[in-house]
Design a protein around this ligand. Sequence first.
Ligand code: HSE
Length: 287
Amino acid sequence: MIKVRVPATTANIGPGFDCLGIALNLYCYLEFEEIEEGLLIEECEDEYCDENNLIYQSMKKVFGMVNYKPKGIRIRIKSDIPISRGLGSSAACIVGGLVGANEISGGRLTKKELLDIANTIEGHPDNVTPAMFGGMTASVCENSKVYFTNMKVSDKFHFYALIPDFEVSTEKARSVLPKTINYKDAVYNIGRVSLLINALMNGDENLLKISCKDKLHEDYRKNLINDYDYIKSRSEELGSLAVFISGSGSTIMAVTGRDNNELEKDMSSLLKSLKDNWSIKKLKVDY
Ligand code: HSE
């Protein structure tokens, strides 16, 4: 039996739309086994627990590429990554399925080849790259190939995921984006994302505050997240250095410069005062 553990991911990190991502210590645990016949998906909490399951669909891509025909497949899923909350649950299914299928079929593809397939399935590389390689990654896709760099985030920074009980699908969150953007907004993001990478790697708090800002997606998406403006401004007042929509939402990520129990307590009571149910999870970068 093959066991695979894939981390959750937070993508975009403010200005790094479709490019920056960070792996986090919240996991999807998968077990794979070739069985005598059929498809058996155990403990599936997904919408699709049959042939259409994303893990299985991803496995089929690998089997097709290496021309391997399994008799039957058993998949067991236990995931701590909430679905449609901007924490990379789909990326984890895709990466997990590809890695599992590759192991079953004799490990013929490299991790980099699996990443290229993962990106083709997901449509953007910012979640699948850190899910596959860990740490903080910047990635782009050219001619169906992913080019990426893998970095360490300073231990100084702490990540607090503020997770609501409502979902926002990536499809919906992408549908509210404009078809074109203006030059000034593009320049605003390019400058900031360059500085942001440096700030996160070197633990530069002031640079993080200035650079973790976005004009390409958050303003269009924030209306999909109840109380976004209020949570962001209160969280900054309470001491967060950066507050951004995790991936396409609905989770809001707050980054602090210290392991701040007071802030966590204050944030928890702030979240309790809202009409939706929110939970707060303190997360670390996964390598
Ligand atoms: N970069 C993607 C987006 C991440 O913001 O739409 C969500 O999967």
